[in-house]
Design a binder for this molecule. Structure first.
Ligand code: PGA
Length: 300
């Protein structure tokens, strides 16, 4: 059975392209006699003439021309195979830097852990911080990706919507409005609120919403974590506005309740965000694809 090595096909492809042994030898980092010998062996193995030799010059026979088309396809497929292997390797190893809004952390850690089980050789650094800091980090090209509320437009960011982020009003179980079926926003006038810190997306949204509704809310405490807000609300400091993502345990253990206030849950959306000019690594691409398929399982 005729046998040709991949190396011979590569050499033939190169000689056929340049119709010159010396040029092909240079490209392949071989000597000219070694190239010439390989081509003679290939002709012998195939039993056909590939080249016409006129003194020092060389040209392809018509069979040689036809074979050149095949050799070109073989080399192309071989290179594609190597590129594919590199891509696979690229998204199995490497490092992912991700920034997550404090509130998104309630589901992001679980998604990242699931991703990490599939790609154990990828190392991940995750910063959990508020909206303002994430925007600053993105402007400095720090994280590969961020999970946050809607980013501002016109600042060089690309974003795609991932899933809903409903904001609800929480209260201690004994709150006087607990049994009221439909609470008008104006009924909250006079209530005290425990809110997130300046720079938080949740605070920004709720302030804008209350002000549009003509409600002037009194803030008793400003706190930089959702956990602290839940503790303060259950201790009686006032009402709170938090994402539904954050209150699973408190609702099931009845430490907190949600109030049925008009226009709530206030619908926000989580976004996957990156700087448009930051190169997307294969690892970041793999995580994006994973997130797009998995996000729906984490809708509260
Ligand atoms: P944060 O996140 O309130 O934790 O900053 C929400 C958002 O980015 O909108």
């Amino acid at each position: 059975m005729t046998h040709l090595s991949l190396r011979q096909i590569q050499i033939f492809d190169s000689v056929a392209r340049y119709e010159n042994h010396t040029r092909a030898a240079e490209k392949l980092h071989m000597t000219q006699p070694a190239v010439s010998m390989q081509m003679k062996q290939m002709e012998k193995a195939l039993g056909i003439d590939l080249f016409e030799r006129h003194g020092k010059s060389l040209s392809l026979t018509s069979s040689g021309k036809s074979l050149h088309k095949y050799s070109h396809e073989i080399i192309q497929a071989y290179n594609n195979m190597l590129d594919f292997a590199d891509d696979v390797k690229g998204c199995q190893q490497g490092h992912l830097t991700i920034s997550v809004a404090s509130t998104a952390n309630y589901f992001a850690s679980r998604i990242i852990s699931a991703f990490s089980k599939l790609h154990p050789d990828i190392t991940i650094s995750m910063d959990v911080t508020n909206r303002r800091t994430i925007l600053q980090q993105l402007q400095c090209y720090e994280p590969d990706l961020a999970i946050m509320g809607e980013p501002p437009e016109g600042v060089g960011l690309m974003s795609e919507e991932l899933m809903p982020n409903p904001l609800v009003i929480i209260a201690p179980p004994e709150h006087p409005l607990k049994d009221k079926e439909k609470i008008a926003i104006k009924d909250l006038q006079g209530e005290k609120f425990v809110v997130r810190e300046k720079g938080s997306g949740t605070q920004k949204t709720i302030k804008r919403h209350f002000s549009n509704a003509g409600l002037c809310c009194t803030t008793t405490l400003e706190m930089s974590s959702n956990e602290a807000i839940k503790q303060a609300v259950s201790a009686g400091f006032g009402l709170g506005v938090v994402s539904y993502h954050t209150i699973d345990l408190e609702l099931s253990s009845q430490r907190l309740i949600t109030l049925n206030v008009e226009s709530f849950p206030l619908q926000r959306y989580w976004h996957l965000v990156a700087h448009k000019e930051k190169a997307v690594s294969p690892v970041a691409d793999a995580f994006k694809a994973f997130l797009r398929t998995q996000a729906k399982h984490y809708v509260p």
